[in-house]
Write a protein that binds this ligand. Structure first.
Ligand SMILES: Cc1ncc(COP(=O)(O)O)c(C=O)c1O
Length: 468
């Protein structure tokens, strides 16, 4: 890639990350006297109006999983009532402790707790990433304690979420990534072969973020069980939609605690649980395993200290809002939401397949990846962006990704997607030099030599976020 192209890409990223220029008040230091609350609220309202337009119209893949304004207002009210609460102090906010215990119990009930003799326990975390980090820390400490493993390894398919790499980085684990099979699902034989005496746990996803195709969890968890290892199902995406898909008669492979080899499951309430951003649930088979996640200090000058997750103080308001989402929506509400999403996803898959140049990868239920033949898929992602859509780009293989949410079930959205997709395909076919947008950045990441350059660019993006 030439330097002009790199400079162009930096410019494009800068515009994306800092779009407002001087339109909004900007503070590089504390104002001498406080700004008025009205002025602040006015600016916030204007920002909200701009930013919610795209996702509320249903033009963004994933990201915000609900849309209904009454639901949003309700969550906001619940948060406001609990905004001071901090579950680090259960004596002051016992209500938050109750909410969290019930969130865990309700999630466990959804994920097979009543179909096993074992006790299923868990904790509320801040999101999918924290759930995965904590599960990996748990297996590291469990492996050391029960098996004497001091150089722990985790075996995961290449499609498992990148948070597993983050966990390896943070907790000194070795993550063994195993290529998926030709069907883009975890390859059981290859994962079995990748195990060593240092393996503490195996991982599968229901479904993985990239292609939305549930891994063969039953076979994988049996491999783990036969060897006395841990098995984590990452159901961050699927935990609150797959159980309802199954009830609706869709074919859903088993992935939860009904399988005796599954020893932990993560499920994100802030995705298809329709809670506000900032909560997920991490479940374990048995309280003994959960103990390895906990932290307690008895000899600190600051006093006795204990906390179940990564953070110390935590936003109890988010747990209250999560509890309120689960209880107010209920089984019937989740079932109805899943029905709408799955029917819309079926329509979208048909719309993609109607273009002979496009191929849906496998037959996903609600998280759809598709690739292009005859032109670059990143050109198509960009052509869709020019029509207002925010699809994500995938790397291996190059593909586009569309995570269907309630926002896409509004009348006319799927039809607009179908029409815009056809027009975008036509445009790219007729313009072989059409822009790939940020596609070249994806290309950089794909080559081993350029990975450092790509990482440098991403670090630059992070620096940019903190520039006033
Ligand atoms: C399968 C899967 N696991 C984990 C995560 C991480 O979730 P979060 O972004 O809430 O940390 C995601 C996010 O999309 C996911 O799709």
């Amino acid at each position: 890639m030439d330097t002009d192209a790199v400079a162009g890409m930096f410019e494009q990223v800068a515009r994306l990350l800092k779009p407002y220029g001087d339109d909004f008040p900007r503070y590089a230091r504390l104002p001498e006297t406080g700004a008025s609350r009205e002025a602040i609220l006015g600016a916030m309202e204007r920002l909200k109006a701009i930013e919610q337009e795209r996702w509320k119209q249903g033009l963004v893949s994933g990201t915000v999983y609900y849309r209904d304004q009454e639901h949003i207002d309700f969550l906001n009210r619940v948060y406001a009532l609990n905004s001071s609460s901090n579950p680090l102090h259960p004596d002051i906010w016992p209500s938050t402790t109750k909410f969290e215990a019930e969130i865990v119990a309700m999630t466990a009930g959804l994920l097979g707790a009543d179909r096993t003799q074992d006790e299923i326990v868990g904790t509320v975390t801040s999101g999918g990433t924290e759930s995965l980090l904590l599960a990996m820390k748990t297996y590291r400490d469990w492996g050391r304690d029960t098996k004497g493993i001091t150089a722990p390894e985790i075996v995961a398919p290449t499609t498992a979420h990148v948070a597993f790499d983050k966990a390896a980085d943070l907790f000194g684990l070795r993550l063994v990534r195993v290529p998926v099979g030709p069907d883009f699902r975890a390859d059981v034989a290859a994962m079995t072969a990748a195990m060593t005496p240092n393996t503490v746990a195996l991982v599968g996803s229901a479904p993985p973020y990239p292609h939305g195709l549930v891994d063969p969890i039953e076979e994988l968890s049996e491999v783990a069980r036969e060897r006395g290892l841990g098995f984590h199902t990452d159901a961050c995406m699927g935990g609150f939609i797959l159980p309802f898909a199954e009830k609706l008669g869709y074919s859903v492979p088993a992935f939860d605690f009904r399988l005796p080899g599954v020893t932990s499951v993560s499920a994100d309430t802030h995705k298809y649980g329709y809670a506000a951003k900032g909560t997920s649930v991490l479940l374990y088979r048995g309280a003994d395993l959960r103990r390895y996640q906990y932290f307690a200090a008895t000899d600190w000058p600051g006093g006795i200290y204990f906390s179940p997750t990564l953070a110390g103080s935590r936003p109890g308001g988010l747990s209250a809002a999560c509890w309120a989402a689960l209880v107010s929506i209920g089984e019937a509400g989740y079932l109805a939401a899943a029905k709408r999403i799955l029917e819309t996803a079926a329509y979208i898959k048909t719309a993609i397949r109607a273009n002979p140049e496009l191929e849906v990868i496998g037959d996903p239920l609600f998280l759809i990846a598709f690739r292009a033949h005859g032109f670059s898929i990143y050109q198509l992602v960009q052509a869709m962006a020019e029509r207002g859509w925010r699809l994500d780009g995938l790397l291996g293989p190059p593909a586009a990704h569309f995570c269907v949410t309630l926002a896409h079930t509004q009348p006319g959205v799927a039809e607009r997607f179908s029409q815009d997709l056809r027009a975008a395909v036509e445009y790219v076919r007729q313009h072989p030099d059409a822009s790939e947008g940020l596609g070249p950045l994806y290309g950089l990441g794909a080559s081993v030599e350029m990975r450092e350059v790509a990482q440098g660019m991403l670090f630059w993006c992070l620096d940019m976020l903190y520039q006033v």
